[in-house]
Design a protein around this ligand. Structure first.
Ligand SMILES: NC(=O)c1ccc[n+]([C@@H]2O[C@H](COP(=O)([O-])OP(=O)(O)OC[C@H]3O[C@@H](n4cnc5c(N)ncnc54)[C@H](O)[C@@H]3O)[C@@H](O)[C@H]2O)c1
Length: 247
């Protein structure tokens, strides 16, 4: 697979429009499709609103808005949406039956070389791949909300995802000015949600034990260690201070 130049985003609820915007802002042609036509209308409104805001904030030029929007095409069927694309990214609800149906449909209509990616927050990529005849070309591409702001995108390797697919998605993420992290094993919750849920579990335990108020527990993260995280992750902190301090 060479460069990805045309992408279909399936499902334009909370995540789809923002994902489409990032691709389009970085020069990639996008087709969007949703089973509910009103969702496509809402997506257009959200795209207009967010691009206007980005221009007001100086993130993009106002004169670029029309060109960015011209790269986003609305499709009236799944078949039209995936015509001639190099990558399909689904962002339909986190319901296994809906996801497997979409993957099975996509596999039957997309050309053999097309990569099928899921924005699932934690469902098994390996299981989604099993309903297709191209498990090597099925991969997780997990964006964080809001996709127009959060830099990281997780690449989740299913048991059969091949190196070329991983490399292609990694190159694409770099090209759209996002930061890739590779999840080498297809574990529930992947990387970000595993870490986030560990922190949430501890926050609930501390609250239950009466150690601090809910407000103070959140303030501890927001005004305390959360301040350090953008520059130093937990493993870098352990590495700097020494294992003897943290065992
Ligand atoms: N919302 C978040 O904060 C967030 C963050 C990261 C990842 N995700 C993941 O992204 C995916 C989408 O989440 P969301 O919050 O955008 O969901 P959502 O419910 O807001 O939107 C899903 C959209 O998919 C459409 N849809 C349903 N079935 C469809 C089908 N068969 N074909 C085409 N469109 C269909 C719906 O009409 C809806 O507009 C989920 O897998 C979720 O786990 C969500």
């Amino acid at each position: 697979m060479g460069e990805i130049n045309k992408v279909a985003v399936i499902g334009t609820g909370t995540m789809g429009p923002g994902i489409a915007q990032v691709f389009a802002q970085n020069g990639i042609e996008i087709h969007i499709f949703d089973v509910k036509p009103e969702q496509l209308e809402k997506a257009r409104e959200s795209l207009n609103r967010n691009l206007t805001l980005f221009a007001e904030e100086g993130i993009i030029k106002k004169s670029d808005i029309d060109q960015i929007l011209s790269r986003i095409h609305t499709s009236s069927s799944l078949k039209d949406a995936i015509e001639g694309v190099d990558l399909v990214l689904e962002a339909v609800p986190e319901v296994p039956d809906i996801k497997t149906k979409i993957f099975s449909d996509l596999d039957s209509i997309a050309d053999d070389g097309v990569i099928l990616a899921s924005n699932t927050s934690g469902l098994s990529i390996t299981n989604l791949a099993k309903v297709t005849n191209r498990p090597a070309k099925v991969v997780g591409m997990h964006w964080w909300n809001p996709p127009i702001i959060i830099p990281v995108i997780e690449i989740i390797r299913g048991e059969k995802t091949d190196d070329e697919t991983v490399r292609t998605i990694e190159a694409l993420i770099n090209r759209i000015n996002k930061i890739p992290v590779l999840v080498k094993k297809d574990v529930p919750g992947f990387l970000g949600n595993r870490l986030q849920y560990a922190l949430m579990r501890e926050a609930i335990a501390l609250l239950n034990d009466g150690v601090a108020s809910a407000k103070d527990i959140d303030t501890m993260i927001k005004a305390g260690i959360g301040f350090k995280f953008p520059v130093m992750g937990p493993l870098e902190t352990i590495d700097m201070a020494g294992m003897d301090l943290y065992n």
